[in-house]
Structure formats: structure tokens, C-alpha cells
Design a protein around this ligand. Structure first.
Ligand SMILES: Nc1ncnc2c1ncn2[C@@H]1O[C@H](COP(=O)(O)OP(=O)(O)O)[C@@H](O)[C@H]1O
Ligand SMILES: [Mg+2]
Length: 274
């Protein structure tokens, strides 16, 4: 309506015969409160840049022990993660999911035993609180530029675009970003770094639906190895081909994906959200 009225005014404003009509339309338009139309966020699918191939043995935990004070989380844990396996780690709150991911990512050290990453493993770790570690004073663009100083302006802009930062959004400083936007910046930086082992701790918690879809599509095509925690059924079922269940008695490893786990165990993951 606005566009139509403006066209009318533009067309007839110089003609005396229409002066009254033009006047009344200008007045009418002035009275209308004008809102910015909601911008549709375009999400392009992010394609992984080619990554180096890792060896067949990607992560090996041997006799791993980990306790916080007197609280024992792992005792004599053995686990082998091989190339192209995608392990979904499940367990109730406090079961030790994040602790396992931190051990693999090298964020914390084991009290006993060894955690070994295989040859040519390139780790990408998304911590449960990764968004809090962004420099609040840097813009989205500067954050990406700092991580990839050799990438061209165009490359970084299209990377931002894939993660929903189109137009001026890429020049926003991280301080003003929402939780979901911060998660998108972290994810863009992580995935563009050509990891072949992704360790993701609840990556979808702050993501909006469109970004979740985009991430799911990208991760489906990921050629590497994954160890992840998610409470999202679609992520679990679409991405996992192995399940590691943390229970009070210890760990259960399932050789199939999440759907097989559900079929065999007769129940879903604890804490599933949708
Ligand atoms: N740095 C720490 N100091 C003391 N206790 C911790 C620390 N980190 C985790 N814990 C405890 O260890 C247990 C496992 O934590 P975590 O691995 O984060 O569980 P999950 O990710 O499965 O919810 C929880 O009881 C938690 O409170
Ligand atoms: Mg956790």
C-alpha cells in the first residue's frame, strides 16, 4: 500500500489537477506509523572446506580416571573412537558428558590413564559455554578475520552469510549479540577451520530453528569423526552412528546410531527436548 501511494504521489505531485489528491495522500501517509518489514534471514548451507584426512584411530582413552575432589566421574575408562564414527554421548545431568568431551578436547587432564589423539587429527571443540569466550568488543567480522587472517573479505563475508550474518549484521560487536547469534559466530569459526574431529557439547542449545536446520544439513555431510552431546532428537538420530550411554554403573557403548539405541533399549535419551 505504501509503495502504491508513494508511486501515486511521485507521479502526480507536479500536476495542479491532482494537487488536492496528492495533498491528502501525503497527509494520510504521514499519519501512518511505519514499521520496518521483518527481514527474512537467509540461511545458505555451509559447505565444509576440504579437510585433511585423519588416521584410522582418532581418539584413544586408556584406563582414564577423573574425579573432582572425592566425586569420581570416571574410573578406568577405555574407549576407542575410529575415523568416521559419530558418537552421541548420553546421560542425565551431571553424568559426566561434558567432562568426557573436555578430556578429549584437552581442556582438562585425566588423573590417571591416557587420552591420545591419533595422527593428523584436527580438533574442533564447541564447549557448552563457548559463547562466553568471544571478545565482546570485536565485531563478528573482526572475530572471523582474527581467526582466519589470510581469508579474503569476500570469503569471510560469505562465511558470515552462511551463519545468518547478512548485510550490516556482520559489523555488530559481539557484546550486543543474542545467545543464538553468538553461538553462530562460534560455530562459523569452528567449522571453517577444517576440523576432522568435531567435539560438540550441546551445540544447538541457543540456536534458532533456521540455524539448527542449516547446521544439521552441514554436519550430515561432514566427512570426519564426531563426539557430541545433544538433547535434540533430530540431531541424535540424523548424526549419530554410535551411542555412548553414561549410567551410574559405568558406560555402555552401542554399535549403532540413536534410532537403533531407542529400538533396542526401549527408551529415549534422558533430558530429550524435542
Ligand atoms: N570443575 C569442577 N569442579 C567440581 N565438580 C565438577 C566440575 N566440573 C564438573 N563437576 C561435577 O562433575 C559432574 C559431571 O559434570 P559434567 O561432566 O559437566 O556433567 P554433564 O555434562 O553430563 O551434565 C557433575 O556432578 C558436576 O557438578
Ligand atoms: Mg554438560
Amino acid at each position: 500500500m505504501l509503495a502504491k501511494e508513494i508511486r501515486f504521489i511521485e507521479r502526480f505531485k507536479a500536476q495542479a489537477s491532482h494537487a488536492a489528491q496528492v495533498q491528502s495522500r501525503v497527509k494520510k501517509l504521514d499519519k501512518i506509523e511505519k514499521l520496518e518489514p521483518p527481514r527474512r534471514r537467509r540461511t545458505l548451507t555451509f559447505a565444509f572446506p576440504p579437510m585433511p584426512r585423519s588416521g584410522e584411530d582418532v581418539v584413544k582413552l586408556a584406563g582414564v580416571g577423573k574425579a573432582y575432589g572425592s566425586k569420581v566421574i570416571y574410573d578406568n575408562l577405555d574407549l576407542m573412537i575410529r575415523r568416521k564414527e559419530r558418537w552421541a554421548v548420553m546421560g542425565v545431568n551431571g553424568a559426566g558428558k561434558s567432562t568426557l568431551l573436555k578430556l578429549v578436547a584437552g581442556e582438562i587432564a585425566a588423573d590417571a590413564g591416557t587420552v591420545t589423539l591419533g595422527a593428523s587429527v584436527r580438533l574442533g571443540y564447541f564447549a557448552q559455554h563457548a559463547m562466553e569466550l568471544l571478545d565482546p568488543d570485536k565485531t563478528v567480522y573482526e572475530t572471523l578475520e582474527e581467526a582466519f587472517p589470510l581469508a579474503s573479505v569476500g570469503t569471510l563475508k560469505s562465511l558470515g552469510g552462511c551463519f545468518g550474518f547478512s548485510g550490516g549484521d556482520i559489523d555488530k560487536i559481539c557484546r550486543v549479540l543474542s545467545g543464538g547469534e553468538k553461538a553462530r559466530v562460534v560455530m562459523a569459526r569452528l567449522l571453517f577451520d577444517r576440523p576432522n574431529l568435531l567435539v560438540l557439547d550441546e551445540p544447538t542449545n541457543h540456536l534458532d530453528l533456521a540455524t539448527k536446520e542449516m547446521l544439521l544439513t552441514s554436519l550430515r555431510d561432514f566427512e570426519g569423526t564426531m563426539l557430541f552431546v545433544s538433547h535434540d532428537r533430530r540431531f541424535l538420530s540424523a548424526l549419530s552412528n554410535r551411542v555412548l550411554e553414561l549410567v551410574p554403573e559405568g558406560i555402555h557403548a552401542y554399535g549403532g546410531g540413536y534410532l537403533e539405541y531407542v529400538a533396542r533399549s526401549g527408551h529415549e535419551a534422558p533430558g530429550l527436548r524435542a
